[in-house]
Design a protein around this ligand. Structure first.
Ligand SMILES: NC(=O)c1ccc[n+]([C@@H]2O[C@H](COP(=O)([O-])OP(=O)(O)OC[C@H]3O[C@@H](n4cnc5c(N)ncnc54)[C@H](OP(=O)(O)O)[C@@H]3O)[C@@H](O)[C@H]2O)c1
Length: 307
């Protein structure tokens, strides 16, 4: 038996983070470096190298793994690469995401937002789960826009998750009555599927701790990169400084602190959805129905099995 005393070094741990090259993920990767080795999983090798160097410069350890979450074969290859690193993984953070403002497709013809935000992270998590040690944390960065009753999201044009089936979502089909603005139903549905995945996996795999974080509205991250130049300028230089003062809003610095706390938590909490300040919150009525969450997971598995 190993005896731990105040002079023993903390046990080595490693953390996987997707989307560490921008916005919330970048700040979180830097924070996580204080807790062990950070496995940086992203699509752009040069942007990954920048974050890796920043962590090394501060005395931390980081390993890059290239992965395009819109390509399921690439996701499975990247998961195998992570396993091959043979690191003592203590947590997986699914953070990578996009919000296109027009209908966009993957090379396979699937809806780009649904694939990048839900199918890719789902396949990644399923491929890694058998290799995660008991008690490891899995966290998904979700969004309150999945809830059609959430007022600020409705004002912004969202109409909540519009899930019909995993197959229909991959085809870019959403439940009628959705948003008049292109792209918003795809984004809200993908984020609802993230939360459904958390709630279902928390029950299905009790040896892992699976939780969700709603990071708050963070204006000025790369998520709004499709917006026109004026809006992007306003988001970065006008809205961002106001974020700490407004309910439901946040900054990458604050969001990273909350996410890092949830990812490194040792309390054993599972199936919890945390708000932008790290307080438990409720998802939409639909996502809280266990039958719905189980259906999302079962249909996603069946769809990916054929992919
Ligand atoms: N910002 C908000 O207000 C807000 C609110 C609620 C939830 N969220 C969620 O927070 C998460 C982070 O968003 P953010 O605001 O920080 O946006 P961001 O600055 O655009 O960061 C997104 C990250 O995802 C990566 N990514 C995008 N597509 C990818 C792909 N196909 N393969 C691999 N990586 C990919 C990006 O890589 P590149 O650097 O290569 O582009 C980037 O590192 C997302 O899941 C988002 O849905 C954000």
């Amino acid at each position: 038996m190993t005896v731990q005393n105040s002079h023993s070094p903390a046990p080595a741990r490693a953390w996987i983070i997707t989307g560490p090259t921008s916005g919330i993920g970048r700040r979180t990767a830097l924070d996580l470096a204080a807790h062990g080795t950070v496995v940086l999983v992203g699509r752009d090798p040069s942007r990954l190298a920048e974050v890796e160097q920043e962590i090394h410069a501060k005395g931390g350890r980081a390993v890059p793994v290239v992965c395009d979450f819109s390509d399921i074969q690439d996701v499975r290859r990247a998961a195998a690469d992570v396993v091959a690193l043979d690191l003592p993984i203590a947590g997986l953070l699914n953070n990578a995401g996009i919000m296109p403002t027009s209908e966009s497709r993957t090379a396979q013809g699937w809806d780009l937002a649904f694939t990048t935000n839900h199918l890719g992270p789902f396949a990644f998590t399923e491929a890694l789960a058998p290799y995660l040690r008991d008690g490891s944390n899995v966290v998904f960065v979700c969004s309150g826009v999945e809830d059609p009753e959430r007022k600020p999201a409705v004002v912004a044009g969202f109409r909540g998750g519009r899930y019909i089936s995993a197959e229909a979502s991959a085809r870019g089909e959403w439940k009628p009555g959705g948003s008049p603005r292109p792209g918003l139903d795809a984004y809200a549905t993908s984020k609802q599927c993230n939360l459904a995945t958390v709630l279902a996996l928390a029950l299905e795999i009790p040896r892992l701790h699976v939780n969700a974080v709603e990071p708050g509205f963070n204006p000025g991250t790369g998520l709004g990169r499709d917006a026109n130049a004026v809006l992007r300028f306003a988001a970065k230089y006008v809205l961002s400084p106001l974020a700490p003062l407004i309910k439901y809003w946040s900054t990458p610095k604050h969001a990273a602190r909350v996410i890092t706390r949830v990812l490194t938590d040792t309390s054993g909490a599972t199936g919890v959805y945390y708000d932008e300040n790290g307080k438990p919150m409720l998802g939409s009525t639909q996502v809280r129905d266990p039958e719905f969450s189980e259906r999302v997971v079962a249909e996603t598995r069946a769809f990916l099995a054929l992919a």
